[in-house]
Design a protein around this ligand. Structure first.
Ligand code: CAA
Length: 260
């Protein structure tokens, strides 16, 4: 196990899993610009590390993240916030090629909820609270909430959450389809690791192209999406993992994927 420490996050590697922990405990992991830059750097580092197959993004028991840093934003003007274009950094999280599992305990509010939704799978502890409370401070979600929440749970529930600002519990989030599963808080990271290990066993080439094809659904028509999927499928036939995977099936043995 190797650990690298940034100022606002902690990273660690456990076999083929890269773990990023948001760590600004005094402000419930409020997502400052500095934290987001460190997060993007850590994600890129794991993305470029051949040994890492899956990334887990987590926070503390009390907070995944309570949102963008309100203190940092409060004095901005339209022009200053536009010129800084801080959400451009947030957008880089979306460019991560390896799957990211968000392991969410406690508050996932505003930017915290948006960050979790930018991940690919969300596992929540029973204590998790998801919400977009920006309306309570006179603004609206600015890091994808109106788009991703609506796509995840539909117009009516998204309207309620964004217009009332009321957070929902982990079990409400599960029923709405916002999270994959809900587990006791003490098992959160273990459950995320179990899923990460399952994915890590697969061909990383296939995992990468599958993630890419699934995300395509959000910005394309069905016919273009199907075409994209088919091309990714055909592309996999130039990988050694495709030969190994199919041969292993026919020889009735487990496949040994190398990522080539
Ligand atoms: N930004 C900056 N600081 C924050 C913060 C945030 N988003 N959330 C919490 N903090 C700070 C508090 O100011 C407080 O600091 P001090 O000790 O210096 O006073 C500390 O974290 C602990 O917070 P509380 O005392 O408020 O803790 P609590 O347990 O009483 O309440 C809470 C917890 C309900 C999450 C409450 O902190 C809260 O409502 N936070 C703000 C949630 C929010 O509005 N998020 C949206 C932000 S805007 C956004 O995210 C825009 C976007 O789309 C990207």
């Amino acid at each position: 196990m190797m650990t690298m420490t940034y100022k606002n996050i902690q990273t660690e590697k456990e076999e083929q899993i890269g773990i990023v922990r948001l760590h600004r405990p005094t402000v419930l992991n409020a997502l400052s610009h500095e934290l987001m830059e460190e997060l993007v750097a850590a994600l890129q580092e794991f993305d470029n590390d051949d040994k890492i197959r899956v990334i887990i993004l987590t926070g503390s028991d009390k907070a995944f993240a309570a949102g963008a840093d309100i203190k940092e934003m409060s004095d901005e003007t339209t022009v200053s916030i536009m010129l800084k274009d801080r959400f451009a950094t947030w957008d880089k999280v979306r460019k991560t090629k390896k799957p990211i599992i968000a392991a969410v305990s406690g508050y996932a509010l505003g930017g915290g909820c948006e960050l979790a939704m930018t991940c690919d799978i969300i596992i929540a502890s029973e204590t998790a609270k998801f919400g977009q409370p920006e309306i309570n401070i006179g603004v609206i979600p600015g890091a994808g909430g109106t788009q991703r929440l609506t796509r995840a749970i539909g117009k009516y529930k998204a309207m309620e959450i964004i217009l009332t600002g009321r957070p929902i519990t982990a079990s409400e989030a599960l029923a709405a389809g916002l999270v994959n599963k809900v587990v006791p808080a003490e098992l959160l990271l273990d459950e995320a690791k179990v899923m990460a290990k399952e994915i890590a066993k697969k061909s990383p080439v296939a995992v990468k192209l599958a993630k890419e094809a699934i995300l395509k659904v959000f910005d394309t028509s069905i016919s273009e999406g199907l075409e994209f999927e088919r091309k990714n499928f055909y592309m996999l036939f130039s990988s050694e993992d495709q030969k190994e995977g199919m041969r292993a099936f026919l020889e009735k043995r487990p496949a040994n994927f190398t990522g080539k």
